[in-house]
Write a protein that binds this ligand. Structure first.
Ligand code: AMP
Ligand code: GLY
Length: 427
C-alpha cells in the first residue's frame, strides 16, 4: 500500500514510524513532514490546509490510505473531499469534526447523548457573557467556541479578569470569529486523563491510557502548552476503568451521532477530569493527541495499518488492539521562550547519541539549514520516547537520552510522571 500522512509534528513522526513497521506498506509519503520523518518516508512540501493540493497529490500518487494528523484539515472537510473522489482517508467528516471545531456543538452532543460534563452556558453576545460572568462564582472557565491553537481556554479567578478575557474575545477578536461565541463553564478539579479510541462509527476500540502534561514548568506551573510530555499506561486506570470511561464518554457520542446521520470515524479523544462527582468531559478532540501519541504508539503490538484502513472503510472486524505489557514515557524538548515567542534555526546536538541510548527521538519542530545541519524550527522541537518494563525504567531511560541532546535555549520538564512516580530526586 501507498500511505500518505498529513502533518509535521511529533505525532505524525510517531504515526509514520509505526506505519512503517507494517508489512502491508510499500511507500509512505508525508506532507509536509519534518527532518525526522524524512529519514523514514518521502516528505513533500505543501500546506495541510490546501485540500485541493492534498487530494490531487493522493490521486496522482495512487495513495491507498491517507492518515490525517492535525485537526485543522479535518474541521475544514478533508475527509468529505477525499471521499467524494473515491480516496480512502482516516478521520471524521467535516460535520463530525465539529466535536473539536466547535465547543458549543460538542456541548450540545454531550447533552443530547447523556455524557457527563461541567455545567455551562453559551453566549454569542459579549455583553450578555460579561453580565453572566459578573454574577458567577470563581474560578470560572471561559472557552472560545472555535479552534484557537490550544489557547482558547482561560481559567479566570475574578470578575475583572473574566471581563478582560471576554473583551479580548468579543471586542479585540484575538481569535477572530472562533472567539465571538463562547462557552462559560464551571471550574472542575481532579486528575486529568485522556481517553482515546479508534472507531469505524460502529465499533469502538480504546487505545492504551496515557497522561499528558500541559503546563510548561515542573509541578504543573506556568502557562499551558501543546503538551510537554506524556506516559503510558496511566496506572491509576485499570483496563476495566478505561472500558467504563469509554462507555460513558466515547460510545454515547459515536453511537448517538451515527444514529443522527453524522457517523464518526477516526480517533475520538475525550479530555476528562476525574472529579469527586465522577468523570466529566472537558473537551473532545477528533485526532490523536500530541505528545500522547509518541508515548502510546510504541506500546501498540498490533499492526496499525489494517486498523486505520478498516476505520476509514467503516468495516472494523475486531474490537481489539494488542498492547505490549510495558510502559513508555515521552519528554518534549522545547525552544527557549516557548510557549511564548522563540528563536528558530538553532543547531541541535546529540540526536544520534540519544538514539544510541535506546530511545526514539521523534521530531516535532526541526528543519535542515543550508549547511545541512539539523536546527530548531518550532516551539516543541523534539519528543523523546523510551520504553521500559515499568514506568520507572522508562523514566530512567528517557531522561538519560534527553541528557545527550542539547540546543541553545532548550528547556523541558524534569518531572514527567511525577503524579505517579514522585519527583525525581536527582534532577
Ligand atoms: P480544553 O482545551 O477544553 O481541554 O482545556 C484546556 C485545559 O484547560 C484542560 O486540559 C484543563 O486543564 C483546563 N480546563 C478546561 N476546562 C476546565 C474546567 N471546566 N475546569 C478546570 N479546568 C479546565
Ligand atoms: N496533548 C493535547 C492535545 O493533543 O490536544
Amino acid at each position: 500500500m501507498n500511505i500518505l500522512v498529513i502533518g509535521s509534528g511529533g505525532r505524525e513522526h510517531a504515526l509514520v514510524w509505526k506505519i512503517k513497521q507494517s508489512p502491508l506498506v510499500k511507500k509512505i509519503y508525508a506532507i509536509p513532514g519534518n527532518v525526522g520523518i524524512a529519514q523514514i518516508a518521502e516528505c513533500v512540501p505543501g500546506n495541510v490546509e490546501d485540500l485541493d493540493f492534498l487530494a490531487d497529490f493522493a490521486t496522482k500518487q495512487k495513495i491507498d490510505l491517507t492518515v490525517v494528523g492535525p485537526e485543522l484539515p479535518l474541521v475544514t472537510g478533508i475527509v468529505d473531499q477525499f471521499q467524494s473522489l473515491g480516496l480512502k482517508v482516516f478521520g471524521p467528516s467535516k460535520r463530525a469534526a465539529q466535536l473539536e471545531g466547535s465547543k458549543i456543538f460538542a456541548k450540545a452532543m454531550m447533552q443530547k447523548f447523556g455524557v457527563p460534563t461541567g455545567a455551562f452556558e453559551t453566549f454569542t453576545e459579549g455583553e450578555k457573557a460579561k453580565a453572566y460572568a459578573i454574577e458567577s462564582e470563581y474560578p470560572l472557565v471561559i472557552k472560545a467556541d472555535g479552534l484557537a491553537a490550544g489557547k482558547g481556554v482561560v481559567i479566570v479567578q475574578s470578575a475583572e479578569e473574566a471581563v478582560s478575557v471576554l473583551n479580548d474575545f468579543f471586542n479585540k477578536k484575538i481569535f477572530g470569529d472562533a472567539g465571538t461565541k463562547v462557552v462559560i463553564e464551571e471550574y472542575l478539579e481532579g486528575p486529568e486523563v485522556s481517553i482515546l479510541a479508534l472507531t469505524d462509527g460502529k465499533i469502538v476500540i480504546p487505545l492504551a491510557s496515557s497522561q499528558d502534561h500541559k503546563r510548561v514548568n515542573d509541578g504543573d506551573l506556568g502557562p499551558n502548552t501543546g503538551g510537554m510530555g506524556a506516559y503510558s499506561p496511566y496506572p491509576l486506570l485499570l483496563d476495566a476503568d478505561i472500558k467504563a470511561l469509554v462507555k460513558q464518554t466515547v460510545e454515547p457520542i459515536v453511537y448517538g451521532m451515527g444514529e443522527n446521520g453524522i457517523p464518526f470515524r477516526g480517533i475520538l479523544y475525550a479530555g476528562l477530569m476525574l472529579t469527586e462527582h465522577g468523570p466529566k468531559v472537558l473537551e473532545y478532540n477528533v485526532r490523536l493527541g500530541d505528545p500522547e501519541t509518541e508515548a502510546v504508539l510504541p506500546r501498540m503490538k498490533s499492526d496499525i495499518v489494517p486498523l486505520l484502513l478498516a476505520c476509514a472503510e467503516g468495516n472494523l472486524k475486531t474490537d481489539r488492539c494488542e498492547w505490549h505489557e510495558n510502559a513508555a514515557m515521552t519528554v518534549v524538548l522545547a525552544s527557549g521562550g516557548y510557549p511564548g515567542t522563540f528563536e528558530k534555526g538553532i543547531e541541535i546536538f546529540g540526536l544520534q547519541e540519544a538514539e544510541n541510548s535506546g530511545a526514539v527521538v521523534f521530531h516535532a519542530g526541526t528543519s535542515k539549514n543550508t549547511s545541512g545541519k539539523i536546527v530548531t524550527a518550532g516551539g516543541r522541537v523534539l519528543a523523546v520516547t523510551a520504553s521500559g518494563e515499568t514506568l520507572l525504567d522508562a523514566r530512567e531511560k528517557v531522561y538519560a537520552a534527553v541528557s545527550k541532546i542539547s540546543f541553545r535555549g532548550m528547556h523541558y520538564r524534569r518531572d514527567i510522571g511525577y503524579q505517579i512516580l514522585g519527583v525525581p530526586s536527582n534532577r
